[in-house]
Design a protein around this ligand. Sequence first.
Ligand code: ADP
Length: 274
Amino acid sequence: MSEECTHDCSSCSADCSSRDKQDFREALNPASSVKKVIGVVSGKGGVGKSMVTSMLSVLMQRKGHNTAILDADITGPSIPKAFGINTKAYADNRGLIPVPSKTGIDIMSINLLLDNETDPVVWRGPVIGGTVKQFWTDVIWEDVDFMFVDMPPGTGDVPLTVFQSLPVDGIVIVTSPQELVSMIVTKAVNMAKLMNIPIIGIVENMSYFECDSCSKRHYIYGESHIDEVAAANGIDTIAAIPMDRKLSSATDAGLIELFEGPWLDELATKIENL
Ligand code: ADP
C-alpha cells in the first residue's frame, strides 16, 4: 500500500496487494448495445486527436459498420463542429438520444447539450468524469458496432475514469512529431499498459507537408521518430498523416465526412478485425 493511500481505489491506479479488486465498469443503458469501444488518446491537446477520431469513425461507417462517437473531451469538444452538427440532443423516457451525423454516425458531446456551444465548461474533475460516465450509461447507443471515444488529452483524472468505467477494447495514440521526441507519448503508452488496455496503433499527425506542385515531402519538425517510438513500445501499427489544408478546412466547414486519403486505412482494417 502506498504511503499516500487514500483508501479510494476508484481514483488510484497503483497495483498494490491491498487493492480493492472491485470492478468499476458502468453498465450500459438497457436499450443500448455496443460491440467494440476504441479510445483515441493523446499526451496533450491540439495534436489532432479529434481529427483522427473523426476520420477513423468515417472510415468504419464507410465500411458499413454502425459507428458512434462518445466525445469525452468535455472541456474541449470539437466533434460536433467537425461533422457540422448544429442541432441539440434530446431525451425521451429511456435516456438521451445521440445526434446522427449526415452519414449516420451517432454522436454525443457536451456541446450538443449546452444552450450555447461557446459556453465554457467550468467544472471540477469529478463532475467531468461523472458526465463522461453518463454519456455511457444514460445515452441510448442503439446497435453500435464500433464506438470511438475522443478522450481528454493527457493522463489525468478523466482518462483514468474512462479507462476504469468503460470496457475499452483498445486505444489509438495520436501524437505530433514534436511530442514523439519528448516523454509525453511514453506516458500515454505506460498508462495504457498500467490499465491493461491494448494499444492498437500510433498515429503521427502533421507528420510532414507535401508540396502541391512537386509532391516533395517536407518534414517541418525534422525527421520522424515514430518508428523508434513504436518499436520501443512494441506497437506494430503506425500511421502518418500530413499537414493538409484540406483536412483543416473540412473540419472547419463541418465536412469531415467527405475527407479523402489513405493514411488510416490500415489502422481501420486492424480495428475492423479486433
Ligand atoms: P486535439 O483533439 O488533439 O485537441 P484537433 O483534432 O482538434 O486536436 O486538431 C487541432 C486543430 O488542428 C484543428 O483545427 C484541426 O482542424 C487541425 N488539424 C489537425 N490535424 C491536421 C492536419 N493533419 N492537417 C491540417 N490541420 C490539422
